[in-house]
Design a protein around this ligand. Structure first.
Ligand code: DHE
Length: 582
């Protein structure tokens, strides 16, 4: 468990089950030591944003008298720990998100001893036991308690001027080829995140050979593909985007830009008549989205997401941009805003007079995908155990559907249920269930937007679920399950006989790797839909691999190993990503 958490430093942060808005006070009663000592936090509960890049920022320190002194070195260390472990839940400005507010008004009232205990032992409400788990040394526990008595340093903004300052067109449009210059089967190319080496690998789906390794921003999070399939967009946690032209003799980065300081999402325009024209990216800090030219990344418009929450209608100072998808029904981007719970339909027809339809959904939006028709977008509000369904044709909220504990669908999985018709599925971080939601209001109105079946998977700690229109299999990973055996295997259901239960496929073992936790993460199909690829994700100084499974037989087809495959996580098949096939 300890090792698992180290490998997953990226996902470690404070988590709290109870939700409080800005400046709301702490629960008055301090839990007893026996209660908190019993409290154990699972890796799944720690799956909260970790602001890894922020410590390097030049945020300003506010010096104050009357609080325990911290020298510059101590302050810098505390700030780094805070951003990596705490800011994901308590917010950069400490005004609270899924975790409680930690403004100095509150922390000074609570006092040093209380804070020390809280950090040490955690709380049954979801605050990890950072001290007793061994994640923090006793000195760091004290340091963090003292740090919380200081005013939070204010990170700088990152507006158009700063964004433009990072923008570089490496190969101008006029110098790019007018025809594809390589022999690659682009539709079956995979873009693979090499998380800890700051690179992506382009792997040929047929030969399984690495075509090219490209330098990226820090720990690329996702890859997305333009409507034409020519351009690949990747975004690092440091908000750096690479625009890669897949038509060049060798796929090459043709433009770069940094749209903020911490980010997770990027997308490109897919509406008929607007293919490839625009790109958009959203950031965690500053809380904003940026619309760019799709061919050069020239920034056109920066829009802040600061505003009121959907429920209590209180101001939130740092609502992060979570998932973004491109509408197929209107020239619009669908932008989800985590802390306010709003879904923004950003119309790019007239960017100067930007029209944004704001749909109130649910707080703490995270990841999601379309139903099989591409009309409905289903997105997890994971801290509220809810999937929000939006109709991208009518631009309306259809329903908020309660599923299980902390749904985490990735983009979800679409298939036709033998009894209930078309469904979209999500697995969960917080329990072992897989929720199937009906998506066909015309032919199956009773089932539409309800959980029609809840399957029992092999455990909690699931991140991604996958199938393919040509497949009869539904694959569910469990990389954050505390049991190593579950983290290194996947469950697969037969869609035509879901009641039969699942088969466990030991992907980690199949990789031939014996060291490490061998977390198996994110299945992705090839274009034909007859094989599925899984990452075997180990720590960066250990061996990792990609395991390819024959979808029909569920048997091993290939293991891709290469010393350059450092910490592979997300994999994005060009054809499936471009066409929203999942
Ligand atoms: Fe992700 C998607 C945020 C941790 C792998 N991740 C997303 C999206 C968001 C997000 C908002 C949706 C983007 C979109 O569709 O536009 N992820 C976060 C976090 O805030 C979190 C919890 C912690 C953090 O600090 O980043 C987090 N994510 C992780 C990981 O630890 C994973 C497993 C490994 C890694 O590479 O970092 C991881 N996230 C992914 C992947 C996707 C993703 C592979 C895309 C899935 C897909 O099929 O589209």
């Amino acid at each position: 468990m300890k090792r698992a958490l180290t490998a997953l430093a990226v996902v470690a942060s404070f988590a709290a089950a109870d939700i409080v808005a800005a400046d709301t006070a702490f629960a008055a009663d301090k839990p007893s030591k026996e209660t908190v000592e019993k409290h154990k936090t699972t890796p799944g509960e720690r799956y909260e944003p970790s602001l890894d890049v922020m410590p390097g920022d030049d945020s300003e320190r506010i010096e104050e008298a009357g609080v325990p002194a911290l020298n510059d070195k101590e302050f810098a260390r505390a700030k780094t720990i805070y951003f990596q472990r705490c800011a994901g839940c308590h917010g950069v400005l400490r005004k609270g998100a899924t975790g409680k507010a930690l403004t100095t008004k509150i922390t000074r009232e609570l006092g040093l001893e209380y804070l020390t205990d809280f950090i040490n032992f955690g709380s049954p409400a979801g605050m990890p036991n950072w001290g007793t788990s061994g994640d923090f040394t006793p000195d760091d526990v004290t340091l963090m308690a003292k740090y919380l008595l200081h005013e939070p340093p204010q990170p700088p903004e990152f507006g158009l001027k700063e964004i433009k300052g990072t923008w570089k067109v490496i190969v101008p449009v006029a110098d790019r080829p007018t025809k594809k210059q390589n022999e690659l089967d682009l539709d079956n190319l995979f873009s693979v995140t090499l998380r800890d080496s700051g690179e992506i690998a382009l792997i040929d789906g047929d030969s399984k050979k690495i075509v090219k390794i490209l330098k990226s921003g820090y720990a690329v999070h996702i890859s997305r593909v333009s409507a034409s399939g020519r351009y690949l967009f990747i975004i690092g946690r440091d908000a750096k985007i690479n625009l890669i032209d897949l038509w060049m003799k060798e796929p090459t980065t043709v433009a770069v830009i940094k749209i903020g300081m911490e980010a997770r999402s990027v997308e490109t325009s897919k509406m008929k008549g607007w293919e490839d024209k625009y790109a958009i990216a959203g950031s965690y800090w500053p809380p904003q989205y940026v619309i760019m030219d799709g061919f050069t990344l020239e920034p056109i418009k920066v829009v802040s997401t600061r505003g009121m929450t959907v429920d209590t209608q209180e101001f939130h100072p740092e609502p992060r941009v979570a998932s973004i998808v491109a509408s197929h029904y209107h020239p619009e981007f669908v932008v989800t805003v985590k802390e306010t719970g709003k879904i923004l339909m950003v119309n790019y027809e007239d960017i100067k007079n930007l029209k944004v339809t704001t749909i109130d959904a649910e707080r703490f939006l995270h990841d999601g995908g379309f139903d099989s028709t591409g009309r409905y977008f289903l997105v997890a509000a994971n801290a509220r155990d809810t999937i929000a369904v939006v109709d991208t044709k009518e631009n309306k909220l259809v329903k908020l559907v309660k599923t299980g504990v902390k749904p985490h669908p990735g983009r979800g999985a679409n298939f036709v249920h033998p009894k209930f018709g078309p469904v979209w599925a999500t697995s969960h971080l917080g329990d072992e269930t897989i929720a199937l939601i009906g998506t066909d209001p015309k032919k199956h109105p009773k089932q539409a937007w309800n959980v029609v079946q809840s399957l029992e998977g092999q455990g909690g700690g699931s991140l991604f679920i996958k199938t393919h229109p040509k497949s009869k299999n539904l694959w569910v990973d469990t990389p954050l399950n505390p049991e190593a055996e579950l983290a290194s295997s996947v469950a697969v259901f037969d869609i035509s006989n879901l009641d039969k239960g699942y088969e466990v496929i030991p992907i980690g073992e199949m990789s031939g790797i014996s060291e490490g936790v061998r977390r198996v993460v994110q299945g992705e199909y090839n274009k034909a839909g007859d094989e599925i690829w899984f990452s075997v994700w180990n720590a960066k100084d250990q061996e990792s691999a990609i395991v390819v499974i024959d979808d029909k037989t569920r048997k091993l087809k290939a293991v891709i190993k290469d010393k350059r495959l450092i910490t592979p996580t997300g994999k994005f098949n060009v054809y499936n990503t471009k066409n929203d096939v999942y």
